[in-house]
Design a protein around this ligand. Structure first.
Ligand code: IDP
Ligand code: MG
Length: 138
């Protein structure tokens, strides 16, 4: 068993579009447990910590602005290999090329904005998961 926890965010576009239930449904239908969940509005300080790896990139400021533009839902999901599993459920970063069947491939598209609005975040490694869960659920 590789029991893991991962941080999932339903981004402001997901909340605005009423897709919170659909995204949680897909996480649960896959068989992962919802371990913790909260709705919140993230501030710049929290998002700068969360997205530290992207500081200095051209999409960093638009990304922070977008992530502060409305409420988000922060979720800790648990399960065997959930970190890799949720990344597969989410699909590729660019929703135009994300495979149909994935959250981003089925439900998102490129809107031509500076930052790609792709509905969800998922931790990309055990180290990121631990760090990000600590930021959102201390
Ligand atoms: P991920 O969310 O698939 O892990 P990351 O590379 O960690 O993708 O990027 C974080 C977020 O920043 C993405 O989900 C997306 O919203 C945005 N983003 C990443 N790369 C670009 C880009 O090249 N142009 C515009 N937005 C981007
Ligand atoms: Mg990432």
């Amino acid at each position: 068993m590789t029991l893991e926890r991962t941080l999932i965010l339903v981004k402001p576009d997901g909340v605005r579009r009423g897709l919170v239930g659909e995204i949680i449904r897909r996480i649960e239908a896959k068989g992962y447990q919802i371990y913790a969940l909260k709705m919140m509005t993230a501030d710049r300080e929290l998002l700068t910590a969360h997205y530290a790896e992207h500081e200095g990139k051209p999409f960093f400021e638009p990304l922070v602005e977008f992530m502060m533009s409305g409420p988000i839902v922060a979720i800790v999901a648990e399960g065997n290999r959930v970190i890799e599993g949720f990344r597969k459920l989410a699909g590729a970063t660019d929703p135009t090329v994300a495979e149909p069947g994935t959250i981003r491939g089925d439900l998102a598209r490129d809107q031509g904005t500076k930052v790609v609005q792709n509905l969800v975040h998922g931790s990309d490694s055990p180290e990121s998961a631990l760090r990000e869960i600590g930021i959102f659920f201390n």
